[in-house]
Design a protein around this ligand. Structure first.
Ligand code: 9D3
Length: 244
């Protein structure tokens, strides 16, 4: 899997992704990460990477020529046909299913904006898709790029160990995760739910499913609609409607 990133801050991407399970996958060569910096494609003494917006107003736009040169170099080095994705607050919100699709492909080229963003014609001519992490404001696309790469990388076979396996993740089963507990048995007067100490694995499985559904109903009711439910899940949902 080949990840490419066009960015004015390559160290932000590298430093983030060199940690943990993704860092190990990079070292082993299971995944590959390259960056292209528009600043390296400037020719003026000041190495200018920003430009003024037509129409005036505050804020700058990424300068076209160095951005396009970096993008084209990136595209040349990556497998043919990899999607070119611009990260911006105007993009479609990223969902797990989109990451699963990329994980089936040969790689991706991510473009990080800075300042007020990039020229609209670059999006039209050189970009395939525009993605957002959601409705909040970052100062650039780098943290979003690292998040997307992390999310895709952990779906590549061999990146996660057995114990960290991705198959049981929330979003893979459609519910938010249940609460987790470890030692001590009592913390600031709060006990671990006794069912978890009972040794009854069927009761524990049922309790975890109930807690997952309770949380999802309370925090993310949008996730409950439009999905297939098992008989057990329907029964729990009905029971929760009466109580909570
Ligand atoms: C005048 C309005 N602008 C600044 C407040 C708009 C604006 C431009 C550039 C807001 C944010 C950014 C930089 N953000 C990203 O590059 C970005 C992002 C985000 O801010 N939120 C969620 N997902 C993403 S993906 C890339």
């Amino acid at each position: 899997m080949f990840f490419g990133v066009v960015t004015l801050f390559p160290d932000m991407i590298q430093a983030t992704l060199q940690q943990g399970v993704v860092g190990r996958a990079l070292q082993s060569g299971l995944i590959n990460l390259q960056t292209w910096n528009p600043r390296d494609y400037t020719h003026d003494v000041h190495r200018t990477v920003d430009d003024r917006p037509y129409g005036g107003g505050p804020g700058m736009i990424m300068k076209v020529e160095p951005l396009v040169a970096a993008l084209q170099d990136g595209q040349k080095s990556l497998p043919n046909g990899v999607r070119r994705i611009y990260l911006s607050p105007q993009g479609i919100p990223v969902r797990q299913a989109m990451l699963r699709e990329v994980a089936q492909e040969q790689g991706m080229l991510l473009v990080c904006g800075r300042y007020e963003g990039i020229d609209e014609r670059i999006i039209q001519c050189e970009i395939d898709e525009e993605w957002s992490l959601g409705d909040f404001v970052l100062s650039g696309g780098e943290i979003a790029a690292a998040a997307v790469i992390d999310g895709v990388a952990r779906l590549i076979p061999g990146v996660l160990g057995h114990s960290e396996s991705a198959v049981l993740d929330s979003f893979e089963n459609g519910w938010l995760d249940c609460p987790h507990y470890t030692r001590p048995e009592s913390y600031k007067g709060k006990a671990v739910p006794p069912v978890l100490l009972s040794g009854n694995h069927e009761k524990i499985r049922r309790w975890r499913l109930e807690e997952s559904i309770r949380r999802t109903l309370q925090r993310r009711p949008d996730l409950v609609n439009n999905r297939d439910l098992s008989e057990e899940e329907k029964e729990i949902l009905e029971q929760l409607d009466h109580t909570d």
